[in-house]
Write a protein that binds this ligand. Sequence first.
Ligand SMILES: Cc1cc2nc3c(=O)[nH]c(=O)nc-3n(C[C@H](O)[C@H](O)[C@H](O)COP(=O)(O)OP(=O)(O)OC[C@H]3O[C@@H](n4cnc5c(N)ncnc54)[C@H](O)[C@@H]3O)c2cc1C
Length: 473
Amino acid sequence: MDTSDPGHAVVIGAGMAGLLAARILAERHLEVRVIDRDDLVSEPQGAPRRGVPQGRHIHALLPRGRQILEELFPGLTRQLIDAGAPAGDLLGDARLHLSGHRFARTDANLTTVSVSRPYLEACVRDRVRELPNVTFGPPTDVLGLALTPDRERVRGVRVLRRADGSAEEVLPASLVIDAMGRGSRTPSWLREHGYGSPAEDRITSDLGYSTRHYRLPAEVLGGDWGTLQGPTPARPRGGVLARIEGDRWVVTLFGLLGDHPPTEPDGFTDFAASLTFGDIDEALRSGEPLDDPVAYRFPASTRRRYERLRHFPAGLLPIGDAVCGLNPIYGQGMTVAALQALALREQMRGSAPPEPRRWLREVARIVDAPWDMVVGGDLAIPQVEGPRTAKVRMLGAYVARLHAAAAHDPRLAVAFARVMALVDPPTVLLRPGVAGRVLRGRRATPVPGGEMPPASGHPHGRSEPDPHEEVHR
Ligand SMILES: Cc1cc2nc3c(=O)[nH]c(=O)nc-3n(C[C@H](O)[C@H](O)[C@H](O)COP(=O)(O)OP(=O)(O)OC[C@H]3O[C@@H](n4cnc5c(N)ncnc54)[C@H](O)[C@@H]3O)c2cc1C
């Protein structure tokens, strides 16, 4: 098939990566067919669905991701706000606690919108559905790739509809996007066709989530839209509380290294009370639970190194979690998928797909920074296994010191938040202007239960940061 002709594209997976890829391919005048196992028509819109079980848990949309979504779907931010999703600044209207320090409060000019994953996905899906050359198929399993006889390029996908009496068929396409998420079957399909499997990088953090929704009084968190507490080496657990659409709050608690929050209601609130800072615990005390907690296990961040394979079929493009599933406590996955969608736009030559090697290298380049952040964060916890090179140890110590200084220095807080939001690359944190402030900065002692062992005397080892105790030069 001559891929320079406008043709057909199949997107496997209607998660965020698949929807954004479909949006880009549609503007390149391809006939785009989006295939998913789930019923995307008759199932309730905006409700969690089976193919995306992580959708029941907090899904922070980082500011860079919001910017890209707004660029691809003008008016989306307004639509979400009109549906009741709060929008606000990452530092000015929310509370960020990292390495046991509460970041200085300041306007970082990093607007985000706090919305549930199912609702965000439903809004984006509706926009994609409106595109005249995009169609969504009925619930269908993609079983494998169909390749040309020389196995050099894709000519479609083998599918089986989820309906009685269905038979396997081939959907023809000159371009196939693998947006199947972390469970992507591309590695085994490549093996099947003699390409070999990609090497896989893996950092095992044995993370567990537990999530519950609440109705809370309006004055909770002093009007802020959310609070995040990251793990610390001494206490590798944390949580997020955020207001979302529908006048609800979502609480996701998490713990690494098998220290998983319970789903039993009392255990859930006890876990919240054990966190280093008291915001979530206090908020929940005045809250009305709307459902029972649900759990999610995330054993490891994994990164498939497709860019290192010697051969790769032309016309097959993996994207999103199919390439790299990042520890979700950093909230980067949807934004990484959005950055890759922009790269797809850059690399399409008319309606012809990018050259595979160029695509895979670019995807790897986009993943590098968030992967390094996740690996650095996970390896800051001594029990997490992984290669602690001199660079990793040095950067870990530097970032911990930056977090301490950011408790008092709004400029450092903003610099770090911009990197975390995937607006700036991590290298900006090493620039002299930032490094000088880190090295000269006031060195706050993390609150008890942060870096230090839990305080004795408190039932959960929690205490509020004491501004007098916090500072030592
Ligand atoms: C617990 C958890 C919390 C997270 N929190 C955040 C967060 O706060 N912020 C953030 O940005 N990201 C977060 N993420 C990551 C985020 O969910 C993903 O990065 C993002 O959704 C992009 O994923 P995707 O579209 O590549 O895959 P997915 O969203 O997983 O979608 C894959 C789709 O492919 C379909 N599919 C799979 N195989 C087949 C097949 N063979 N045939 C047909 N269909 C198939 C599935 O049904 C599904 O619809 C979190 C992830 C987890 C696990």
